[in-house]
Ligand binder design. Structure first.
Ligand code: M6R
Length: 366
């Protein structure tokens, strides 16, 4: 059932091109220059007249929500708040019928996320679900939604569900942008074509994990790791750190790169691996200076860079390359090497990758 892979997690990492493809199949139609999404179409006016979108989720699904915040604000110019379901529900939040709440959950059974949408529903908000498990409790509680078609995810560490969630959020935000008129025709078409090409780019990246293994070997005994990213790749830094800590038990923190100087920089010494997500079309020059700041304190830099990057390659201890893409889709690519790194490090440390201690696949208690 692991299809020849040693663990479900590895199988699921390798299934990502298919998970993303299945998620946009029948929805993303570049040839017809359109996106078809029934749930969005049905509630189009609610979305277009919404004061804001509130995204709720936990763990990795919350990270996908953060990527969604960049997508919706950048492309569709709709204000977004991303909330931990557990905080949102107990905060006496202000919700009205002008709000759209998007609940993201792989299992569709996370207790806090379910409670959060029940509360928002009572307050009159439109509830839109992004779930992987068909017919799950959260899916049933929503007014509308768009399933991720990632297939069953068995490994406790979420991998293909994350990229499938980001894919749904990309489809939604591009289509909303089109409806709102915040994207011109050329850019709209470009984005459709580009999203369509993401699975083959991931396929290409997955062909060789030699460099990832070498890096994993080098840093597997680290006690702490820092993950830095900016813009669209800030949530990827959080996700990279979560993936490492949950399966390898190495303490890891994700930060927006510019926040480093407000505290975490004090931690940097020659024993601190710093994973920096630095593709060309992000805030490249800014992140180059963040890398210099780390190097000046003898920290180790492992950078995720765009193919052919030379500037960072000169400074970094290691680099991992990703194919070119718009910044908006780069999280779908940059997250892949970070998943693989966590996987290999955990295996090298002898950890139970698919079922890490203290964790359950779906958290049905609050
Ligand atoms: O099923 P959900 O997406 O609602 O689960 C949310 C989190 O429990 C989940 O993403 C968790 O953080 C994963 N173990 C992360 O890999």
């Amino acid at each position: 059932e692991k299809g020849g892979y040693e663990h479900f997690m590895l199988k699921e990492i390798y299934e990502q091109p298919k998970a993303i493809f299945d998620t946009f199949r029948g929805r993303l139609l570049p040839d017809q220059n359109m996106i078809k999404m029934g749930g969005l179409f049905e509630y189009k006016d609610r979305f277009l007249n919404a004061d804001r979108i509130i995204i709720v989720g936990c763990g990795t699904s919350w990270h996908a929500g953060l990527v969604g915040e960049y997508l919706f604000e950048d492309l569709a110019r709709i204000p977004v708040e991303v909330e931990y379901a557990s905080e949102f529900r107990y905060r006496n939040p202000v919700i009205t019928d002008k709000d759209v709440v998007i609940a993201i959950s792989q299992s569709g059974e996370t207790a806090d996320t379910l409670a959060a949408i029940k509360l928002a529903k009572q307050a009159g908000a439109l509830i839109f679900g992004v779930c992987n498990v068909v017919g799950s409790s959260i899916a049933r509680e929503t007014h509308a939604g768009a399933y991720t078609h990632a297939g069953p995810e068995i490994g406790v560490a979420s991998t293909k569900a994350f990229t499938a969630q980001v894919t749904v959020l990309a489809l939604l935000s591009i289509q909303l942008a089109k409806l709102k008129g915040t994207l011109n025709e050329t850019r709209y078409h470009q984005l459709l074509e580009e999203l369509y090409s993401i699975p083959s780019k991931i396929e290409y990246m997955l062909k060789s994990d030699k460099q990832v293994r070498a890096i994993s070997e080098k840093y597997k005994d680290a006690q702490n790791c820092l993950y830095l990213g900016r813009g669209y790749n800030f949530p990827v830094a959080l996700e990279g750190a979560l993936k490492l800590k949950e399966i390898s038990y190495i303490h890891a923190e994700g930060y927006p790169a510019a926040e480093m100087k407000h505290g975490p920089i004090a931690l940097i010494d020659e024993n601190m691996p710093v994973f920096v997500i630095a593709p060309k079309n992000g805030q490249y020059d800014k992140i180059v200076s963040n890398i210099q700041e780390v190097k000046a304190r003898n920290g180790k830099i492992i950078a995720i860079v765009s193919e052919g990057d030379e500037e960072i390659a000169k400074m970094a201890d290691f680099t991992l390359e990703i194919p070119d893409s718009s910044e908006a889709f780069s999280p779908l690519l940059t997250t892949i090497p970070l998943q693989l790194l966590s996987y290999h490090i955990a295996v090298m440390r002898g950890c139970n990758v698919d079922q890490p201690r203290n964790l359950a696949k779906s958290v049905t208690v609050e």
